[in-house]
Design a protein around this ligand. Structure first.
Ligand code: SF4
Length: 148
């Protein structure tokens, strides 16, 4: 996963530079030998992100790509108007959690809107666009009840 400079600084400050790797013009989160993210831990058979409290934006948006132009074709299906502008939304088919089909109205109105807000920097906190923290379900229930 790619990190911007501020995210890289946070990871380095909290965990050390060894958890990141530099690219030509970007920084990345380090992988484990099996190819999974260095911050992905198994807890009671479920994946748990150790960076949940400071998750990089690229992680928050995955598996979506939100673009100002229709880079991957099928513009009529990819277009979604938000904040008065058209955006073109694509999904990485490598995501194993995808369910293919037409999105529901509730997904469009809450989850997708939240992804767009995250992508545009209107918000940082995830409520609908991340999985429930199974270790503390009451917290998320109250968060989901909030109107924003
Ligand atoms: S969401 Fe967490 S575990 Fe997954 S790639 Fe990002 S930092 Fe790693």
């Amino acid at each position: 996963m790619v990190l911007n400079f501020a995210e890289w600084m946070k990871v380095v400050k909290n965990f050390g530079v060894g958890y990141t790797s530099p690219g030509i013009s970007k920084f990345y989160l380090k992988h484990k030998n099996d190819g999974s993210c260095a911050f992905l831990h198994n807890y009671q058979g479920r994946g748990f992100c150790h960076l949940q409290h400071m998750k990089p934006r690229a992680c928050k948006l995955w598996p979506f790509k939100i673009l100002p132009r229709p880079k991957y074709g099928r513009a009529n299906e990819a277009v979604y108007n938000f904040a008065g502008k058209p955006f073109f939304i694509y999904v990485d088919p490598a995501c194993r959690g995808l369910t293919w089909g037409r999105p529901t109205k509730s997904f469009l109105d809450t989850t997708l809107t939240e992804f767009l807000s995250l992508a545009l920097g209107f918000r940082e906190k995830q409520v609908y666009s991340t999985s429930r923290p199974f270790y503390y379900p009451q917290y998320l229930r109250s968060e989901r009840d909030q109107v924003y």
